[in-house]
Design a protein around this ligand. Structure first.
Ligand code: ZN
Ligand code: ZN
Length: 356
C-alpha cells in the first residue's frame, strides 16, 4: 500500500498528458492510500499526493493513510480547486465512472481555467493483479463463507423458506467474523432457479427441487463469491444431466485458467462446451469476474473481454444453465491465478450435494 501503488497510479498521468490525477472513488482511494472511510478525495501529481477529507475523518486518515499529506476541508470541491490553483495544475484527469454530472459541473465551475480529462478504467486495472497479502485476505473471506455454508447444509430441509436460508447463512457468516455479507445472497429454488439473480422469497423449498445459493463474505474489505446448486432429497435424470454439463464446463475452465490466456478464451471454453451439449441458448451471462475490494471488478471473463489473465488475478468461474419453466444450475468458485495455473480459494464441494 502507499508509495508503490501511488507511484503506479502516477504513471497514468503520462499517458493522459495531465498534471494531476483526481480520484474520488472510495475503493481506489482505499487501495492507494489505506483509507477505509466513506468520503474524501485523493489528488496526486509527479511530486506528491494529498488526501483530502472533512473533519469526521481527519483522525482516521491520520492513522490509516500512508504516502500522502492529509488536508482537512469544509467543502470538498473548494478544497480540490484550491489545491489545483496552488499547484498551478492546468490539466487534471479524473476517474470518470465515479463522478456524477452534477459533481463534474461543480468542479468545472470551481476550476474555470483547468481542463478536466476523464479517465476510463485505467485506475481500476491497477487493482486486477493482487499482492500476496490481498490474496490471503480474499482466501480468508472465502474460507469463512464456505465454512458457513457447510454449517448451513444439515439444516436445509423441505418446507424451509428461501429467505430463511439466506438469513441463516448471513447470521452464520457474521458469527464467524465476517464484517458484512459480500452482496445480497441469491437463493432460488425449483422453477425460480431459472432467474440467474433470483432474490430469496417466501417460497418454500420442496423435495425434488434444485436450489441455487450464491453467497459470499466480506472480511477486511475483501470479498468472496461462491455458488452451489443443491438437490433437495432427490434429483431426476434431467437435473443430474444439466448439473453434470455445468460442472464439466466449470472444471474445464478452471483447468485452463493460467497467465497469458485471454479472458475471452476462458469464457469460450465453458461456453462452447455448454453449447456442444445443446444448452448454449441458456447460458446468457459472462463466465466470471474479478473479485477484491469490490465484489465485481476487473478483469471480466466474457465473450467481449479484451483482458488477459495474469498471475495474482482473482476471478470467479461461474457457468450456468437457466431454462425458463424448468429451473437452473450455477456452479461458482473464486480462484487465484498462479504462475502456471490457478488455485481454488472457495471450498464448498462442487459435487451434486443432496440435502433434506
Ligand atoms: Zn456469485
Ligand atoms: Zn460472481
Amino acid at each position: 500500500m502507499g508509495i508503490a501503488r501511488l507511484a503506479a497510479a502516477g504513471k497514468l498521468l503520462e499517458s493522459a498528458g495531465a498534471d494531476a490525477l483526481l480520484i474520488l472513488g472510495m475503493t481506489n482511494i482505499r487501495y492507494l492510500t489505506g483509507f477505509s472511510g466513506s468520503d474524501g478525495a485523493l489528488m496526486l501529481c509527479r511530486e506528491g499526493s494529498w488526501f483530502l477529507c472533512d473533519s469526521r475523518y481527519t483522525t482516521q486518515a491520520g492513522e490509516e493513510v500512508s504516502g500522502c499529506r492529509v488536508v482537512e476541508y469544509r467543502v470538498k470541491v473548494d478544497a480540490i480547486a484550491n489545491l489545483a490553483a496552488e499547484q498551478g495544475w492546468q490539466r487534471i484527469c479524473f476517474d470518470a465512472e465515479q463522478v456524477s454530472v452534477d459533481l463534474h459541473l461543480r468542479l468545472s465551475a470551481a476550476m474555470e481555467k483547468t481542463r478536466l480529462l476523464p479517465l476510463g478504467g485505467e485506475l481500476d486495472n491497477l487493482r486486477s493483479a493482487k499482492s500476496a497479502a490481498e490474496i490471503e485476505a480474499i482466501e480468508k473471506s472465502c474460507f469463512l463463507a464456505s465454512a458457513a455454508l457447510e454449517e448451513l447444509l444439515p439444516t436445509i430441509r423441505p418446507g424451509v423458506e428461501e429467505r430463511a436460508l439466506a438469513l441463516e447463512l448471513e447470521i452464520l457468516m457474521k458469527r464467524a467474523g465476517a464484517e458484512e455479507k459480500a452482496f445480497d445472497f441469491i437463493v432460488a429454488s425449483g422453477g425460480r432457479g431459472a432467474l440467474p439473480h433470483g432474490r430469496p422469497t417466501g417460497k418454500r423449498i420442496l423435495p425434488g427441487e434444485l436450489v441455487t445459493i450464491d453467497f459470499g463474505a466480506r472480511l477486511h474489505g475483501y470479498h468472496s463469491d461462491e455458488t452451489v446448486t443443491l438437490a433437495v432429497v432427490s434429483a431426476d435424470r434431467r437435473q443430474r444431466e444439466i448439473y453434470a454439463v455445468v460442472r464439466e464446463a466449470h472444471d474445464r475452465a478452471i483447468a485452463s485458467a493460467k497467465p497469458g490466456v485471454g479472458c475471452r478464451e476462458i469464457d469460450a471454453i465453458a461456453r462452447d462446451f455448454i453449447a456442444s451439449r445443446g444448452f448454449g441458448e441458456y447460458f446468457g451471462h459472462g463466465l466470471g469476474h474479478g473479485v477484491g475490494l469490490e465484489i465485481h471488478e476487473k478483469p471480466t471473463l466474457s465473450p467481449r473481454s479484451e483482458q488477459v489473465l495474469a498471475e495474482g488475478m482473482v476471478v470467479t468461474i461461474e457457468p450456468g444453465i437457466y431454462i425458463p419453466g424448468w429451473g437452473g444450475v450455477r456452479i461458482e468458485d473464486t480462484v487465484a491465478i498462479t504462475a502456471d495455473g490457478c488455485r481454488l480459494l472457495t471450498r464448498a464441494s462442487k459435487e451434486l450435494i443432496f440435502v433434506g
